[in-house]
Design a binder for this molecule. Structure first.
Ligand code: BES
Ligand code: MN
Ligand code: ZN
Length: 452
């Protein structure tokens, strides 16, 4: 199938068979000309063509082609040669669907031929490499993220991370079982205590920089299923909580991409993996937990488990890796979705420089983030009378009190927190991405690591 990029103001003369409603020429809108084997792909406003738009348009085209069973696509990049990397990215992202357990599977588009002008020849190979490395890493972790809790639990994650680390030349350290107690990871043990599947914390190290260079440390919440624990969640929609590992998946995907790209920088990825379940061995409301950093926490809600494991992960990251900067990603609060909808991840930071760096990286990556406050009052909301902190500040400002909790464990280290609760997955396909995990965050983290 030949792909033709068209703008909103272009008239497409033919027998129109719009795939969905009217063909608008808007970003990602499609018009099929079956007889000619042409797929017109809308790029939107000619004056506003952006990398994000091109990525999304290609993704929409590939998602459609996969569904109807197109094997080979040809695209003349024409004057848009500078966008080859994002074209490849979009194509690969759109070409993914989670079908592991469907009896009738669709075939991915097998081949994409991109035609570029002669003067592009020198850089096109690197662009294609980059697009592949990033998008394939995203899809690898989307597949993990889409895998449900009965099949994917902390030990499986650690095993997968080990395998990928070996494949891409990273060091992988796993803390599990006895070691967690010996090292004092009280938050991990509390949250993981209710599950038959033990928790684990692991680190992947990409050493592309100098020996003395302090690393960028990425930290991800990887709750493989969040039932809420003793403070159990309502039944409706609880199945969505298989996506509570998506922060960790973003970090894992970014580490694979960074290693594949051979970035000349030290980057460490840490995943705090646990399953949050109610049982006779589960932690309970009222418990007082001593975290790795020694900070005591009164548990008022066992469903605020993400911050419990991240407290340990951030504390451990600081002690063990002496980071130049830390960024954590977490499906931390429903409240973040109330504030921003599905349309942006919340972004908090203790440093205006770190904030600006993450904002810039997200912009380049085409992943939307929005700055959120860390007013002192949020910290007051999570004061406890029996411990240093309590793990919930109540309903009001819930996303901000979650961030304020994490801030304590970032200490003096420049740190940013992204709440991806509602950007991490979709219940229906959108913007060229199949339903399920979106892989949100991987691209921002890769751009951040490159830019620093
Ligand atoms: N994993 C949830 C947050 C979440 C909710 C993600 C909905 C995606 C969709 C998190 O562990 C959680 O339960 N947070 C609580 C915090 C509260 C108890 C302070 C919440 O949002 O209600
Ligand atoms: Mn929870
Ligand atoms: Zn959770």
């Amino acid at each position: 199938m030949r792909l033709r990029l068209v703008f909103q103001d272009q008239r497409v003369e033919m027998d129109p068979v719009p795939s969905e409603g009217e063909f608008s020429g808007g970003v990602g809108s499609l018009l099929v000309e079956r007889a000619q084997g042409v797929l017109h792909v809308g790029l939107g406003d000619r004056a506003k063509v952006s990398a994000a738009g091109v990525r999304q348009a290609l993704a929409a085209a590939f998602l459609w082609m996969r569904k109807v069973g197109v094997a080979v696509a040809v695209l003349d990049a024409g004057p848009w040669g500078e966008f080859v990397a994002v074209m490849v990215e979009g194509a690969i992202l759109g070409n993914y669907r989670y079908e592991a357990f469907l009896p009738r599977k669709t075939e991915p588009v097998r081949e994409l031929v991109v035609v570029v002008s002669a003067e592009m020849r020198s850089r096109v190979r690197a662009d294609v490499e980059r697009g592949c490395a990033v998008a394939e890493s995203v899809n690898q972790v989307r597949e993990l993220a889409n895998t449900p809790g009965n099949l994917l639990y902390p030990e499986v994650l650690a095993r997968t991370a080990r395998k990928w680390a070996r494949e891409w030349g990273m060091r992988c350290t796993v803390l599990e079982g006895e070691r967690l107690a010996r090292e004092g990871l009280g938050g991990m043990l509390a949250v993981g205590g209710g599950s038959a599947k033990g928790p684990c914390m692991f680190a992947l190290e990409h050493r592309g920089g100098g020996r003395g260079e302090r690393p960028l440390v990425l930290v991800g919440k990887a709750i493989t299923f969040d039932s809420g624990g003793i403070s159990i969640k309502p039944a409706a929609g609880m199945e969505e909580m298989i996506f509570d590992k998506c922060g960790g998946m973003a970090v894992l995907g970014a580490m694979v991409a960074v290693a594949r790209l051979g970035l000349r920088r030290n980057v460490v990825g840490i995943l705090a993996a646990a399953e949050n379940m109610p049982s006779g061995s589960a932690y309970r409301p009222g418990d007082i937990v001593t975290t790795y950093a020694g900070v005591t926490v009164e548990v008022v809600n066992t469903d605020a488990e993400g911050r419990m494991v991240l407290a340990d992960a951030l504390g451990w990251a600081r002690k063990r890796f002496d980071p130049a900067m830390m960024v954590d990603l977490a499906t931390l609060t429903g409240a973040c979705g109330v504030a921003l909808g599905e349309h942006a991840a919340g972004l908090w930071s203790n440093s205006s420089e770190a904030l600006a760096q993450v904002q810039q990286a997200a912009l380049t990556a085409g992943e939307r983030v929005w700055p959120m406050p860390l007013f002192e009052e949020y910290s007051t909301q999570i004061r406890s009378s029996v411990a240093q902190l309590k793990n919930s500040g109540g309903r009001l400002g819930g996303a901000n009190t979650g961030a304020a909790f994490l801030k304590v464990f970032a200490g003096e280290t420049p740190w940013a927190h992204m709440d991806i609760a509602y950007t991490s997955h979709r219940t229906k396909e959108e913007k060229g991405l199949a339903s399920g995990a979106t892989g949100f965050g991987v691209r921002t983290l890769v751009h951040l690591a490159e830019a620093l």
